[in-house]
Design a protein around this ligand. Structure first.
Ligand SMILES: NC(=O)C1=CN([C@@H]2O[C@H](COP(=O)(O)OP(=O)(O)OC[C@H]3O[C@@H](n4cnc5c(N)ncnc54)[C@H](OP(=O)(O)O)[C@@H]3O)[C@@H](O)[C@H]2O)C=CC1
Ligand SMILES: O=C(O)[C@@H]1CCC=N1
Length: 263
C-alpha cells in the first residue's frame, strides 16, 4: 500500500519537516522516510514511531525531496520509478527544469525553500511551480508546508534570494544569539543567565516585530533613549559594519545557491 507522503532524505531539513508535520497532527501512518544512512534510519525510527523508515523510495502519492542538492537528480529518478507523480523539492539552487529533466515525463514539480524553524511550526517557506505544475500542485505543496509555518508563493527566479534571506537566515540569527550570550558572559553574567536574557530578547523582539504596526526602524528608535545606552551600543555595531555584513552575507548565500544550481 502506498503512503500519502514520502520524504526522501531524512537529514536536518527533512527531520524538521517531518517533526513539524507530525506536531501539526499528521498521522504517522501516512508518512514514510527514505534515508540512505542506516544509523540515521535507526534514529528516525526511534524518534518517530509509526512512520515507515526505508532505505530507498517506496510508492507514494507525493514526494518531498530533501537530499543535498547534488543528490536531487538521483532522488527524482528513484522516486518517479517508485511511482511518484508529484514532487516537492526543498533543495537549494536546483531548478524545476533540472528536476523535470531528471523525471523525464509529465511529473509535476514544485520547488520550495523552507527553513528549520519548521520544526516548531514557525517556519517560512517560499514555493514556485515547475512548467507543468498547476494550481492543484501548488495547493498540495501549501497544504504540506503550511503545517509547519507560513507559506508564500514567489517566482522561481526569486528562490535563490529567498535562500539567502530565510533559508539560511536562522543560522545568522543563531549566530547573533551566541554572540549576545557571549557578550553577557564577558560583562560578568553566568552563562545560564546570559542565555536566558539573549534568547528571550530575540523571541520577544521577533514577536513584537510581527505583531506591531511599526517597522524595525521605529521599534529600534523606541528602545534608543537620547544619549542613552542603546545609542552607545548601536554606534559600536555600526562601526563594526554589522549592517553591511548582513548585506554581504545574504548576497554571498544567494550567489552560492545559484552556483549549486549550475554545478
Ligand atoms: N538545513 C537547512 O536549514 C535547509 C536545508 N535545505 C535543503 O534541504 C536539503 C537537505 O539539507 P540538510 O537536511 O541540511 O542536509 P543533510 O545532509 O542533513 O540531509 C540530507 C540527508 O539525505 C540523505 N540522502 C542523500 N541521498 C539520499 C537518497 N538518494 N535517498 C535518501 N536519502 C538520501 C543523506 O545521507 P548521507 O549524509 O549519508 O548522504 C542525509 O541524511 C538540501 O538540499 C538543502 O539545500 C533547505 C532549506 C533549509
Ligand atoms: O546551507 C545550505 O545550503 C542550506 C540551504 C538553506 C539553508 N541551509
Amino acid at each position: 500500500m502506498s503512503v500519502r507522503l514520502l520524504l526522501v532524505g531524512g537529514g536536518r531539513m527533512g527531520e524538521a519537516l517531518l517533526g513539524g508535520m507530525l506536531a501539526a497532527g499528521r498521522e504517522p501512518s501516512e508518512l514514510a522516510v527514505a534515508e540512505v544512512s542506516g544509523a540515521r534510519r535507526t534514529e528516525l525510527a526511534d524518534r518517530y514511531p509509526g512512520v515507515q523508515v526505508v532505505a530507498s523510495p517506496v510508492a507514494a502519492e507525493g514526494v518531498v525531496l530533501a537530499t543535498k542538492p547534488d543528490g536531487i537528480a538521483a532522488a527524482v529518478t528513484a522516486s518517479v520509478q517508485a511511482g511518484a507523480s508529484r514532487l516537492l523539492s526543498v533543495a537549494a539552487g536546483i531548478t524545476c527544469a533540472a528536476m523535470e529533466a531528471a523525471a523525464g515525463g509529465s511529473t509535476a514539480v514544485v520547488r520550495a525553500m523552507p527553513n528549520t524553524p519548521a520544526l516548531v511550526g514557525a517556519g517560512v517557506t517560499a514555493i514556485a511551480p515547475g512548467s507543468t505544475a498547476g494550481e492543484e500542485d501548488l495547493a498540495w505543496a501549501e497544504e504540506i508546508l503550511s503545517a509547519v509555518g507560513v507559506v508564500v508563493r514567489v517566482k522561481e527566479t526569486q528562490l535563490d534570494a529567498v535562500t539567502g534571506v530565510s533559508g539560511s537566515g536562522p543560522a545568522y540569527v543563531f549566530l547573533v544569539a551566541e554572540a549576545l550570550s557571549d557578550a553577557g558572559v564577558l560583562a560578568g553574567l553566568t552563562r545560564d543567565l546570559a542565555n536566558t536574557l539573549a534568547f528571550q530578547t530575540l523571541l520577544g523582539s521577533s514577536q513584537l516585530l510581527v505583531q506591531s504596526a511599526d517597522g524595525p526602524a521605529e521599534l529600534r528608535a523606541a528602545v534608543t533613549s537620547p544619549g542613552g545606552t542603546t545609542a552607545a551600543g548601536t554606534r559600536e555595531l555600526e562601526r563594526a559594519g554589522v549592517r553591511s555584513a548582513f548585506l554581504e552575507a545574504v548576497m554571498a548565500a544567494t550567489e552560492r545557491a545559484r552556483e549549486l544550481g549550475s554545478a
